[in-house]
Every structure is written in C-alpha cells, then in structure tokens.
Design a protein around this ligand. Sequence first.
Ligand code: FES
Length: 113
Amino acid sequence: MSAFSALESTVAMAAWKIELDDGRTYVGDESQTLLESARAAGHGLPFGCGHGACRTCGARLLSGRVAMAAGSSLTSEQAGGGFLLLCVAYPRSDLRLEVGEQMGLLPVLPWTE
Ligand code: FES
C-alpha cells in the first residue's frame, strides 16, 4: 500500500444530505455527481448524455453549494439563475434541489452518442 492510498483510506469523505422538492432524500459525497448518487440510492431521475451536453438532468438549486464540472451546456445566465446539471454537479454541502419541473425553463438540447 502506498503512502497516498494509506492517506486516502484514513480521510473520511464528507457526506451530504440531498433533499429533492418531491420529498425524496439521499446521501451524496464529493466523489460522485448528484445524478450518480441519486441512482445509487435507487432514485430515478431523468438523464440523457451523462456529460453536461443535453440538459435532460436539469435542476435548480434551492439551498446549499455545489461544484459544477467545467464545459457544461448551461449559459452563464442559467447557471446564475440557480440551474445546474445533475450529471456534472458535485455536492459541497447539504442541498435542496428542485427537479422534474425544469423542462420548460431549461430547454433540453438534442444530442447523439
Ligand atoms: S444528462 Fe445530459 S446534461 Fe446531464
């Protein structure tokens, strides 16, 4: 075991409570996207490309802090309005999210593999 992996095994990953506006909750950590941790908890949420291009996984941040991977398809106005993409967003605190009602406000973009 290297010194680095030994250090990794002794550092606890912060776990954050994720609360959806429909009442569902799950636990996320900074190593998984909000979409990955939702799916791991058995919550079905809409998604498409899985890498920030299509906006199918759009949500709005009601409270808390997230880190978004660079290069998503959100405009600066959308991001400034609290929108995020669950497939490229990582929790940095407990969160409350609005999901599922964003399609009219955050148009989905066509995408192909
Ligand atoms: S699944 Fe396509 S942007 Fe998230």
